[in-house]
Design a protein around this ligand. Sequence first.
Ligand code: 13P
Length: 269
Amino acid sequence: MRTKVVAGNWKMNGDQAFTRSLLTSLLDQLGGDGRPSCEVIICPPAILLTTAREALGGSTQGSNALGDRVPGSSFIQLGAQTVSEHEVGAFTGELAPSMLADAGCSHVIVGHSERRTLYGEADRHVVAKFKAAQAHDLTPILCVGETLQERQSGTTQVVIERQIRALLNELGVAALSSAIIAYEPVWAIGTGETATPAQAQEVHARIRQLVASRDMAVASGLRILYGGSVKADNAAELFSAPDIDGGLIGGASLKADEFAAICRAGSNR
Ligand code: 13P
């Protein structure tokens, strides 16, 4: 039985006051008896990670001075939205994986379609970022997905298999034993047009089959999230599909009530 994951990708939204207020409300709604059984991750802009960590009650999943993982004082884990593939040095504007771990991150999104299309990240960059993240014990959330044009031309599976094979061929299937995949059809992101549970399930099942063709155990433990216009009112149906193990939530993760409801939808099945 895979534990579901609900992750919020805030993208380039929020400030310190917003962060404190949203997280206070989330902790109120999901703390105590309301605590969800799914894993909950929030991925704010990097400059708000420290504010988020404080609002969540100190260290979340960072390392201490000895480099050991410190158990979180909050059940809400922190993730970043991207990471440099480099360790240190002259890379203006970039953030190293060690810096994200130091700021309290346990997860990092890699290969989001906005990074791929707006910032020219190719599969080889995504794989390098994935590898760098894992080298610092950050769990990568690898995003894959097809554009509308690719879906309409019938190449959805080809595109997704190319994105995942790039990783499997370079790092081997074992790399997926401590990672999460998010299937995010580009045409469903921020459009209000959600993939139907059947459309998403079909792709998720194919992703799992592809991984299973390399390693059955890794495939059966792999959490595959759906992302693209997930809301409180469609989350439960999506999450009930057998290969949908939770969601990567954009717009709805900026509203405490919506996000809390999605976390509850990820909890009770
Ligand atoms: P929306 O939920 O706003 O469609 O965004 C999805 C997404 O891109 C999450 O990474």
